[in-house]
Write a protein of this length. Sequence first.
Length: 229
Amino acid sequence: MALTTTPCHPDADSYISLTEADAYVTNNSFSPGAWSTATNANKELALRAATKTIDKLRIKSSFLYSTQQLKFPQKTAEQLSGTGGFTTTVITDTANLQKKQEYPEDWWKYGAVRNTTETSTAYWQLSEVSASSFANGTVTFATMTGVSSSDEWTLIGKVPDDIRWATVEVAMWILDGKNVQANTAGVKSEKIGDYAVTYNSGSSYNFVDLPESARDYLMSYVKLTGNIT
């Protein structure tokens, strides 16, 4: 079953797609280990397990929406709202999308667009952004049904790259046969294709058990002491 990576989606199960993860490994890993020979199905299973592992850490901030499945995006995520220019796959709004130079080409890519018009049949629908253009003042996203051209919308920034890259590092680590140890009783093991992963469904993980490559990405987001929030 394909990964669900749309930010804030109630069924999201990975912080990064398989295509992006493969590109990261190709461009950043000198020793990809078992990832290089794993099937796509096993890679996806490992990315799901890695996402679950990250979400069991003591994250400093809180999630953006109470309805989202994963801990990221957080309430500090970049957001931009507007009205109109809405079609089933594109928003065109030069006034908003071109007013800030900090929104360069593809700034919103891998983020999401949400319909926020309560009277619209598309209200609260959420679609992942596939491209954005500062030059054209447009955002392109997966098809959203029932949209009216005058509907209000909110763009949600992508999950931070640090979190996305950490997900790949943990997934590679899992495929190499490593396990993160939960810090309380009730450890559960799952089969990930030809591999196994151990986690605890009711507690946090020991941050130090994760590979250093992942810890480097996650350090600024994790509380090393205290309770989960």
